[in-house]
Design a protein around this ligand. Structure first.
Ligand code: FAD
Length: 471
């Protein structure tokens, strides 16, 4: 009897323990992906994620065919679709790698129960996280609320396994099975096609992921520890969307990084610590199902946010705030579907602490526009910047976007790349072009004045914070 491999956040053939286990059974293989848009299972994907998913599935289908099997695409309630396919082929077993959001876990639990009740094998595997959230706990059994303690406990818990071998051939099932036309899912933008910049920057799929990984461990890693905070330096890996869609596993990335001969040990351990944040955020999601909608610190429920007027929000979204580093970041996001980590922190802080807009508005925009939009990392990082999360930057620590710009983009290279109006402005003035006095304002063209006074809004935010703190 055939084995079904149900792929979800693990769109890869290499280091895929569920696929490996199915192949090792020695039976014919059917690979399934179900598009389940029910918000009860998972938050509906944003536009950039839908674009990525389309291309990643295209790449995956090709690889599966090259190896001798087929990717079956179905749309609907995934629990029903898995069981329907299992009945159609009279599957001996269904295999998958685990997911961690509450709705996903409860769907997986229900599927497992139904399959087993029908006399089929149903097995789940660890493919997406190096440390399962329920295995890392404090002595009193409670989850860690502090990253450093969590990551130390992970190190104590043991060394992550080595990647499992990729099956070189797949024994596909002969039977003709219905598979949806991917185009009929309408994952790609129609008009206007806002995704041309995404296509220039990214190659979704396993091959694109491995190219990025090779580029990182062969070159960028040597600059990682020293320059990862510089948005113009091209020192970080850009693996985040590939990890998000599981085109690479963290096990593969970790092993490749440890094997890399480029640069100092410092780079390798710093990078692993960042992978640790991903593990920590998933642990937060596992224990806090409403991470994207509920302040972890409940006193923030009473924060006097300004109403998010569409005019103010649009200036932020479109990169017309008049603060060059913020505008560069927001335009990089809109054009390429990605933003440098340091700049993500700066634009988020500006929205929350200078515009006094609820972090959930920003989180939603990122969710829609980031190719790496991730239910754990996006929400947890927004709460981190807001100060409403556990182990967060305290609210009173407000990034000054002009000082951040001077420190991390001193020559203004990153700003010039994304804000062409400022292309000819000298480094000294570029961070605050309209405030310098020395600059001929015609050089700045129609680049706007700062939309708010940074000092005054910071003071207002701190007053508001003092108010909720006393409650
Ligand atoms: P590298 O520096 O090369 O790091 C390697 C990997 O480690 C990343 O690919 C990522 O998987 C993980 N990682 C690095 N930094 C973090 C972090 N702070 N938190 C969690 N994981 C991390 N990351 C996402 O993957 N998805 C998101 O939706 C997301 N939203 C964010 C929102 C805000 C407001 C902020 C401040 C950060 C957000 N991040 C998110 C974290 C971080 O910005 C990105 O993971 C990073 O910029 C990706 O680039 P990279 O792959 O070159 O990172």
């Amino acid at each position: 009897r055939p084995s079904i491999v149900w792929l979800r956040d693990d769109l890869r053939l290499a280091d895929n323990p569920a696929l490996r286990a199915a192949v090792d059974e020695g039976n014919p293989i059917v690979v399934l992906f179900v598009l389940d848009d029910s918000p009860l299972v998972a938050r509906p994907r944003g536009g950039a994620s839908r674009w990525w998913l389309h291309h990643s599935l295209t790449a995956l289908a090709e690889r599966i065919e090259e190896r001798g099997a087929r990717l079956i695409l179905r749309r609907g309630d995934a629990a029903e679709e898995v069981q329907r396919l299992a009945d159609e082929v009279d599957a001996g077993g269904v295999f998958w790698n685990r997911r961690y959001a509450e709705g996903e876990r409860s769907q997986d639990g229900a599927v497992k129960k139904a399959l087993r009740a029908a006399g089929r094998v149903a097995e789940s595997f660890q493919g997406t996280l190096m440390y399962e959230p329920w295995t890392i706990a404090r002595d009193d059994g409670q989850p860690y609320g502090v990253y450093s303690a969590f990551w130390r406990a992970c190190a104590k818990a043991g060394t992550p396994r080595e990647p499992v071998a990729e099956p070189q051939s797949l024994d596909g099932l002969e039977k003709r099975l219905h598979s949806d036309e991917l185009a009929s899912w309408e994952l790609l933008p129609t008009k206007p096609d806002w995704a041309t910049g995404l296509a220039e920057e990214w190659t979704p799929g396993e091959r694109g992921a491995h190219e990025r990984l090779r580029d990182f461990v062969g070159d960028r890693i040597s600059r990682y520890s020293g320059q990862r905070d510089r948005p113009g330096a091209e020192a970080s890996s850009r693996l985040s969307p590939h990890l998000r869609f599981g085109e690479l596993s963290p096990f593969q990335v970790r092993t490749a990084v440890l094997d890399s001969r480029e640069g100092a040990a410092e780079n390798r351990s710093k990078f692993q610590a960042e992978l640790g944040w991903r593990e920590f955020n998933y642990s937060l999601l596992f224990h806090n199902p409403n991470l994207d909608s509920q302040n972890m610190r409940r006193n923030f429920d009473g924060f006097p946010w300004h109403p998010a007027s569409s005019e103010v929000l649009e200036r932020w979204q479109q990169g017309r705030t008049g603060i060059p580093l913020v505008d560069a970041g927001m335009r990089q996001l809109w054009t390429s579907g990605w933003m440098h980590n340091r700049v993500r922190m700066v634009v988020a802080s500006f929205l929350i602490k200078n515009l006094l807009i609820d972090w959930r508005e920003g989180e939603q925009w990122f969710w829609d526009t980031l190719v790496d939009a991730d239910p754990a990392n996006n929400a947890a990082n927004w709460q981190w910047v807001a100060g409403s999360g556990v182990d967060s930057a305290p609210f009173f620590r407000v990034f000054n976007p002009v000082l951040q710009s001077q420190k991390f983009d001193p020559q203004g290279d990153y700003i010039r790349a994304w804000v062409p109006e400022l292309a000819d402005v000298p480094a000294k003035e570029i961070h605050e072009p309209r405030a310098s006095g020395g600059l001929d304002l015609s050089e700045v063209g129609d680049y706007p004045e700062p939309m708010v006074d940074l000092k005054a809004t910071r003071a207002e935010a701190l007053d508001a914070f003092a108010e909720i703190k006393s409650h």
